[in-house]
Write a protein that binds this ligand. Structure first.
Ligand code: MRU
Length: 359
Protein backbone atom coordinates (compact mmCIF):
# COMPACT_ATOMS: atom_id res chain seq x y z
CA UNK A 1 0.00 0.00 0.00
CA UNK A 2 1.06 3.58 -0.43
CA UNK A 3 1.52 6.47 1.98
CA UNK A 4 1.70 9.80 0.23
CA UNK A 5 2.23 7.83 -2.97
CA UNK A 6 5.17 5.76 -1.59
CA UNK A 7 4.89 1.93 -1.38
CA UNK A 8 5.20 1.18 2.34
CA UNK A 9 5.15 -1.82 4.65
CA UNK A 10 4.04 -1.56 8.25
CA UNK A 11 7.21 -3.24 9.51
CA UNK A 12 10.69 -3.13 7.96
CA UNK A 13 14.06 -4.29 9.31
CA UNK A 14 16.92 -1.80 9.18
CA UNK A 15 19.59 -2.88 6.69
CA UNK A 16 22.28 -3.07 9.42
CA UNK A 17 19.96 -5.14 11.68
CA UNK A 18 20.26 -2.61 14.49
CA UNK A 19 16.48 -2.32 14.70
CA UNK A 20 13.07 -2.70 13.10
CA UNK A 21 11.03 0.21 11.83
CA UNK A 22 7.31 0.27 12.61
CA UNK A 23 4.49 2.79 12.26
CA UNK A 24 3.46 4.02 15.72
CA UNK A 25 -0.26 3.37 15.30
CA UNK A 26 -1.14 5.01 18.62
CA UNK A 27 -0.44 8.37 16.92
CA UNK A 28 -2.66 7.84 13.86
CA UNK A 29 -4.55 9.50 12.28
CA UNK A 30 -3.03 12.63 13.77
CA UNK A 31 0.65 11.93 13.09
CA UNK A 32 2.36 9.45 10.77
CA UNK A 33 5.56 8.55 12.59
CA UNK A 34 7.84 5.57 12.27
CA UNK A 35 9.71 4.45 15.37
CA UNK A 36 12.60 2.01 15.68
CA UNK A 37 12.35 -1.08 17.90
CA UNK A 38 15.86 -1.98 19.07
CA UNK A 39 15.32 -4.54 21.82
CA UNK A 40 13.10 -7.41 22.91
CA UNK A 41 11.55 -5.03 25.44
CA UNK A 42 10.77 -2.48 22.70
CA UNK A 43 9.03 -5.15 20.64
CA UNK A 44 7.02 -6.47 23.59
CA UNK A 45 6.00 -2.96 24.62
CA UNK A 46 4.96 -2.05 21.06
CA UNK A 47 2.64 -5.06 20.92
CA UNK A 48 1.23 -4.54 24.45
CA UNK A 49 0.39 -0.85 24.07
CA UNK A 50 -0.70 -1.40 20.46
CA UNK A 51 1.84 0.68 18.57
CA UNK A 52 1.52 -2.37 16.34
CA UNK A 53 -1.71 -4.33 16.40
CA UNK A 54 -3.85 -6.58 14.22
CA UNK A 55 -3.30 -10.32 14.22
CA UNK A 56 -0.83 -10.69 11.32
CA UNK A 57 1.27 -7.68 12.34
CA UNK A 58 1.45 -8.88 15.96
CA UNK A 59 2.91 -12.15 14.65
CA UNK A 60 5.39 -10.37 12.35
CA UNK A 61 6.53 -8.07 15.17
CA UNK A 62 7.01 -11.01 17.50
CA UNK A 63 9.20 -12.72 14.89
CA UNK A 64 11.42 -9.65 14.63
CA UNK A 65 11.31 -9.35 18.43
CA UNK A 66 12.99 -12.76 18.60
CA UNK A 67 15.72 -11.59 16.20
CA UNK A 68 16.29 -8.45 18.30
CA UNK A 69 16.42 -10.53 21.49
CA UNK A 70 18.99 -12.96 20.12
CA UNK A 71 21.15 -10.00 19.05
CA UNK A 72 21.03 -8.81 22.69
CA UNK A 73 22.14 -12.23 23.89
CA UNK A 74 18.73 -13.10 25.36
CA UNK A 75 17.90 -16.80 25.53
CA UNK A 76 15.50 -17.93 22.76
CA UNK A 77 12.96 -19.50 25.09
CA UNK A 78 12.93 -16.54 27.45
CA UNK A 79 12.43 -14.17 24.51
CA UNK A 80 9.51 -16.22 23.22
CA UNK A 81 7.99 -16.26 26.71
CA UNK A 82 8.16 -12.48 27.04
CA UNK A 83 6.61 -11.93 23.60
CA UNK A 84 3.93 -14.60 24.08
CA UNK A 85 2.70 -12.83 27.23
CA UNK A 86 1.92 -9.55 25.44
CA UNK A 87 -1.54 -10.23 23.99
CA UNK A 88 -3.60 -13.42 24.31
CA UNK A 89 -6.25 -13.51 21.57
CA UNK A 90 -4.49 -13.32 18.17
CA UNK A 91 -3.15 -16.81 17.52
CA UNK A 92 -0.72 -15.41 14.93
CA UNK A 93 1.50 -14.45 17.87
CA UNK A 94 1.83 -18.00 19.20
CA UNK A 95 2.07 -19.30 15.61
CA UNK A 96 4.97 -16.97 14.74
CA UNK A 97 6.83 -17.79 17.95
CA UNK A 98 6.40 -21.54 17.46
CA UNK A 99 7.74 -21.21 13.93
CA UNK A 100 10.74 -19.17 15.07
CA UNK A 101 11.48 -21.68 17.84
CA UNK A 102 11.32 -24.67 15.54
CA UNK A 103 13.64 -23.09 12.97
CA UNK A 104 16.09 -21.64 15.50
CA UNK A 105 16.35 -24.34 18.15
CA UNK A 106 18.79 -26.52 16.15
CA UNK A 107 21.12 -23.54 15.59
CA UNK A 108 23.42 -21.57 17.87
CA UNK A 109 25.56 -18.42 17.93
CA UNK A 110 25.65 -16.19 14.89
CA UNK A 111 23.97 -18.82 12.73
CA UNK A 112 20.93 -18.59 14.98
CA UNK A 113 20.87 -14.79 14.85
CA UNK A 114 21.30 -14.75 11.04
CA UNK A 115 18.51 -17.26 10.66
CA UNK A 116 16.21 -15.31 12.99
CA UNK A 117 16.45 -12.20 10.81
CA UNK A 118 16.05 -14.26 7.64
CA UNK A 119 13.05 -16.21 8.95
CA UNK A 120 11.27 -13.07 10.19
CA UNK A 121 11.72 -11.62 6.71
CA UNK A 122 10.33 -14.75 5.07
CA UNK A 123 7.36 -14.75 7.45
CA UNK A 124 6.61 -11.13 6.48
CA UNK A 125 6.90 -11.86 2.75
CA UNK A 126 4.55 -14.80 3.15
CA UNK A 127 2.07 -12.59 5.01
CA UNK A 128 2.05 -10.16 2.09
CA UNK A 129 1.58 -12.94 -0.46
CA UNK A 130 -1.22 -14.62 1.52
CA UNK A 131 -3.15 -11.42 2.04
CA UNK A 132 -2.75 -10.41 -1.59
CA UNK A 133 -4.10 -13.82 -2.63
CA UNK A 134 -7.06 -13.66 -0.25
CA UNK A 135 -7.76 -10.19 -1.62
CA UNK A 136 -8.07 -11.64 -5.10
CA UNK A 137 -10.42 -14.38 -3.93
CA UNK A 138 -12.56 -11.96 -1.92
CA UNK A 139 -12.72 -9.31 -4.64
CA UNK A 140 -14.88 -11.70 -6.66
CA UNK A 141 -17.63 -11.39 -4.05
CA UNK A 142 -17.65 -7.61 -4.41
CA UNK A 143 -17.44 -7.73 -8.19
CA UNK A 144 -20.37 -10.18 -8.37
CA UNK A 145 -22.50 -7.77 -6.34
CA UNK A 146 -21.38 -4.85 -8.51
CA UNK A 147 -22.45 -6.72 -11.65
CA UNK A 148 -25.97 -7.20 -10.30
CA UNK A 149 -26.71 -3.55 -9.46
CA UNK A 150 -25.96 0.05 -10.28
CA UNK A 151 -23.97 2.37 -8.02
CA UNK A 152 -21.21 1.46 -5.57
CA UNK A 153 -21.20 -1.75 -3.55
CA UNK A 154 -21.59 -0.78 0.11
CA UNK A 155 -19.34 -2.89 2.32
CA UNK A 156 -19.44 -2.63 6.11
CA UNK A 157 -16.31 -3.43 8.10
CA UNK A 158 -15.42 -3.42 11.79
CA UNK A 159 -12.20 -2.42 13.55
CA UNK A 160 -9.08 -2.26 11.38
CA UNK A 161 -8.31 -5.34 9.37
CA UNK A 162 -6.48 -3.41 6.69
CA UNK A 163 -2.84 -3.15 5.76
CA UNK A 164 -2.07 -1.46 9.09
CA UNK A 165 -3.08 -4.71 10.76
CA UNK A 166 -0.77 -6.81 8.59
CA UNK A 167 2.55 -6.38 6.81
CA UNK A 168 0.72 -5.21 3.68
CA UNK A 169 -2.74 -5.49 2.05
CA UNK A 170 -4.60 -6.45 5.25
CA UNK A 171 -7.25 -9.13 5.54
CA UNK A 172 -10.81 -7.75 5.39
CA UNK A 173 -9.68 -4.73 3.37
CA UNK A 174 -7.57 -6.73 0.86
CA UNK A 175 -10.64 -7.69 -1.23
CA UNK A 176 -11.78 -4.07 -1.07
CA UNK A 177 -8.42 -2.73 -2.31
CA UNK A 178 -8.26 -5.39 -5.02
CA UNK A 179 -11.75 -4.66 -6.31
CA UNK A 180 -11.22 -0.89 -6.07
CA UNK A 181 -7.95 -1.14 -8.01
CA UNK A 182 -9.79 -3.14 -10.69
CA UNK A 183 -12.28 -0.30 -11.10
CA UNK A 184 -15.23 -1.72 -9.13
CA UNK A 185 -17.19 1.11 -7.50
CA UNK A 186 -17.11 0.59 -3.72
CA UNK A 187 -18.08 2.56 -0.66
CA UNK A 188 -17.08 1.36 2.81
CA UNK A 189 -19.09 1.88 6.00
CA UNK A 190 -16.43 2.02 8.72
CA UNK A 191 -17.57 1.13 12.25
CA UNK A 192 -15.76 3.55 14.58
CA UNK A 193 -15.02 0.54 16.87
CA UNK A 194 -15.09 1.71 20.44
CA UNK A 195 -13.31 1.70 22.74
CA UNK A 196 -10.02 2.30 20.89
CA UNK A 197 -11.64 3.52 17.68
CA UNK A 198 -9.45 1.57 15.27
CA UNK A 199 -12.13 2.07 12.59
CA UNK A 200 -12.40 5.83 12.97
CA UNK A 201 -8.66 6.39 13.35
CA UNK A 202 -6.96 3.65 11.31
CA UNK A 203 -9.38 2.18 8.76
CA UNK A 204 -10.65 5.60 7.68
CA UNK A 205 -7.04 6.83 7.39
CA UNK A 206 -5.75 3.97 5.28
CA UNK A 207 -8.81 3.85 3.01
CA UNK A 208 -8.38 7.57 2.40
CA UNK A 209 -4.66 7.10 1.68
CA UNK A 210 -5.68 4.63 -1.02
CA UNK A 211 -8.56 6.72 -2.36
CA UNK A 212 -11.37 4.33 -1.40
CA UNK A 213 -14.61 6.20 -0.58
CA UNK A 214 -15.66 5.57 3.02
CA UNK A 215 -17.91 6.89 5.76
CA UNK A 216 -17.29 6.41 9.49
CA UNK A 217 -20.38 5.45 11.48
CA UNK A 218 -21.05 5.07 15.18
CA UNK A 219 -20.89 1.42 16.16
CA UNK A 220 -24.59 1.44 16.88
CA UNK A 221 -25.57 2.60 13.36
CA UNK A 222 -24.82 -0.58 11.42
CA UNK A 223 -28.09 -2.40 12.16
CA UNK A 224 -30.15 0.59 11.09
CA UNK A 225 -28.21 0.96 7.82
CA UNK A 226 -28.72 -2.75 7.14
CA UNK A 227 -32.49 -2.43 7.71
CA UNK A 228 -32.53 0.45 5.22
CA UNK A 229 -30.84 -1.64 2.53
CA UNK A 230 -27.70 0.50 2.61
CA UNK A 231 -25.27 -2.35 3.32
CA UNK A 232 -24.67 -4.99 0.62
CA UNK A 233 -21.98 -7.04 2.31
CA UNK A 234 -20.02 -7.21 5.57
CA UNK A 235 -16.35 -8.22 5.59
CA UNK A 236 -14.38 -8.40 8.83
CA UNK A 237 -11.08 -9.93 9.94
CA UNK A 238 -10.40 -12.37 12.74
CA UNK A 239 -7.75 -12.82 15.42
CA UNK A 240 -8.34 -16.53 15.89
CA UNK A 241 -10.55 -18.92 13.96
CA UNK A 242 -11.35 -22.20 15.65
CA UNK A 243 -11.27 -25.45 13.65
CA UNK A 244 -15.10 -25.42 13.46
CA UNK A 245 -15.18 -21.96 11.81
CA UNK A 246 -16.09 -19.88 14.88
CA UNK A 247 -14.23 -16.56 14.69
CA UNK A 248 -12.93 -14.24 17.39
CA UNK A 249 -12.63 -10.63 16.30
CA UNK A 250 -12.79 -7.15 17.78
CA UNK A 251 -15.55 -6.63 20.32
CA UNK A 252 -18.81 -5.79 18.55
CA UNK A 253 -18.27 -8.07 15.57
CA UNK A 254 -20.84 -10.55 16.90
CA UNK A 255 -23.56 -7.89 17.04
CA UNK A 256 -22.91 -6.99 13.39
CA UNK A 257 -23.15 -10.65 12.41
CA UNK A 258 -26.51 -10.92 14.20
CA UNK A 259 -27.83 -7.82 12.45
CA UNK A 260 -26.54 -9.05 9.09
CA UNK A 261 -28.28 -12.41 9.56
CA UNK A 262 -31.55 -10.71 10.52
CA UNK A 263 -31.37 -8.63 7.35
CA UNK A 264 -30.20 -11.36 4.96
CA UNK A 265 -26.87 -9.62 4.32
CA UNK A 266 -23.79 -11.77 3.57
CA UNK A 267 -21.25 -11.68 6.42
CA UNK A 268 -17.77 -12.80 5.37
CA UNK A 269 -14.62 -13.20 7.42
CA UNK A 270 -11.18 -12.84 5.80
CA UNK A 271 -8.14 -14.62 7.22
CA UNK A 272 -4.76 -15.98 6.25
CA UNK A 273 -4.02 -19.60 7.22
CA UNK A 274 -1.90 -18.74 10.30
CA UNK A 275 -5.02 -17.26 11.96
CA UNK A 276 -6.63 -20.71 12.18
CA UNK A 277 -6.15 -22.43 15.53
CA UNK A 278 -6.51 -26.09 14.59
CA UNK A 279 -6.12 -27.10 18.24
CA UNK A 280 -9.46 -25.55 19.24
CA UNK A 281 -12.67 -27.41 18.48
CA UNK A 282 -14.81 -24.34 19.01
CA UNK A 283 -14.56 -20.62 19.61
CA UNK A 284 -15.66 -21.02 23.22
CA UNK A 285 -12.09 -21.91 24.15
CA UNK A 286 -10.56 -18.78 22.56
CA UNK A 287 -8.94 -16.60 25.24
CA UNK A 288 -10.53 -13.14 25.25
CA UNK A 289 -8.23 -10.26 26.15
CA UNK A 290 -9.41 -7.91 28.91
CA UNK A 291 -7.79 -4.52 28.42
CA UNK A 292 -7.48 -1.52 30.70
CA UNK A 293 -10.64 0.18 31.92
CA UNK A 294 -9.31 3.62 30.96
CA UNK A 295 -9.59 2.68 27.26
CA UNK A 296 -13.36 2.82 27.87
CA UNK A 297 -13.49 5.81 30.20
CA UNK A 298 -11.18 7.98 28.04
CA UNK A 299 -10.74 8.80 24.35
CA UNK A 300 -7.91 10.34 22.38
CA UNK A 301 -8.46 13.13 19.88
CA UNK A 302 -7.01 16.27 18.35
CA UNK A 303 -7.93 19.80 19.40
CA UNK A 304 -8.54 22.59 16.91
CA UNK A 305 -4.97 23.84 17.49
CA UNK A 306 -3.43 20.46 16.71
CA UNK A 307 -2.78 19.08 20.20
CA UNK A 308 -3.38 15.35 20.61
CA UNK A 309 -5.12 14.95 23.97
CA UNK A 310 -6.92 12.32 26.02
CA UNK A 311 -10.18 13.24 27.68
CA UNK A 312 -12.44 11.44 30.14
CA UNK A 313 -15.98 10.53 29.06
CA UNK A 314 -17.36 9.02 32.25
CA UNK A 315 -17.82 10.36 35.77
CA UNK A 316 -14.51 10.09 37.61
CA UNK A 317 -13.89 6.69 39.22
CA UNK A 318 -16.63 4.96 37.21
CA UNK A 319 -16.21 1.21 36.92
CA UNK A 320 -15.57 0.23 33.28
CA UNK A 321 -15.11 -3.21 31.73
CA UNK A 322 -13.15 -3.73 28.55
CA UNK A 323 -13.42 -7.16 26.89
CA UNK A 324 -11.48 -6.57 23.68
CA UNK A 325 -12.82 -9.38 21.47
CA UNK A 326 -15.93 -11.48 21.00
CA UNK A 327 -16.66 -14.76 19.27
CA UNK A 328 -19.04 -14.97 16.32
CA UNK A 329 -20.36 -18.51 15.93
CA UNK A 330 -19.75 -20.13 12.55
CA UNK A 331 -23.51 -20.38 11.93
CA UNK A 332 -23.64 -16.58 11.53
CA UNK A 333 -20.72 -16.47 9.07
CA UNK A 334 -21.68 -16.72 5.39
CA UNK A 335 -18.19 -17.74 4.36
CA UNK A 336 -14.47 -17.53 5.03
CA UNK A 337 -12.08 -15.85 2.59
CA UNK A 338 -8.58 -17.33 2.71
CA UNK A 339 -5.45 -17.28 0.59
CA UNK A 340 -6.52 -20.66 -0.78
CA UNK A 341 -10.03 -19.54 -1.75
CA UNK A 342 -13.49 -19.27 -0.21
CA UNK A 343 -15.08 -21.89 2.01
CA UNK A 344 -18.03 -22.35 4.36
CA UNK A 345 -17.32 -21.51 8.00
CA UNK A 346 -17.22 -25.10 9.18
CA UNK A 347 -14.73 -27.83 9.97
CA UNK A 348 -15.36 -29.48 6.60
CA UNK A 349 -15.12 -26.14 4.82
CA UNK A 350 -11.73 -25.38 6.34
CA UNK A 351 -10.45 -28.91 5.76
CA UNK A 352 -11.46 -28.70 2.09
CA UNK A 353 -8.93 -25.87 1.71
CA UNK A 354 -6.32 -27.22 4.16
CA UNK A 355 -6.51 -31.01 3.55
CA UNK A 356 -3.09 -31.51 5.18
CA UNK A 357 -4.85 -30.76 8.50
CA UNK A 358 -7.23 -33.68 8.12
CA UNK A 359 -6.57 -36.07 11.03
O1 MRU B 1 -7.03 -5.02 19.14
P1 MRU B 1 -6.57 -5.00 17.71
O2 MRU B 1 -6.58 -3.63 17.10
O3 MRU B 1 -5.24 -5.71 17.54
O4 MRU B 1 -7.66 -5.85 16.96
C1 MRU B 1 -7.55 -6.07 15.60
C2 MRU B 1 -8.71 -6.78 15.05
O5 MRU B 1 -9.63 -7.13 15.74
C3 MRU B 1 -8.67 -7.14 13.61
O6 MRU B 1 -9.97 -7.21 13.10
C4 MRU B 1 -8.01 -8.49 13.47
O7 MRU B 1 -6.71 -8.50 13.95
C5 MRU B 1 -8.17 -8.96 12.09
S1 MRU B 1 -6.76 -9.36 11.17
C6 MRU B 1 -6.20 -8.02 10.35
Amino acid sequence: MKINGMPTRTIEPLADRSGVSIIDQTLLPFRYERVILRTLEDAAEAISVMRVRGAPLIGATAAYGVALALGQGVDLHRACGVLAATRPTAVNLAWALARMKSVLTPLSGNDRIDMAWAEAGVLCDEDVAMNQALGQHGAGLIQALAASRSGPVNVLTHCNAGWLAAVDWGTALAPIYTAHDAGTPIHVWVDETRPRNQGASLTAWELQQHGVPCTVIADNAGGHLMQQGRVDLCIVGTDRTAANGDVANKIGTYLKALAARDNGIPFHVALPGPTIDWSLDSGQAIPIEERRADEVSHVQGETADGQVVRVRLTPAATACANPAFDVTPARLVTGLITERGLCPASREGLLSLYPERRP
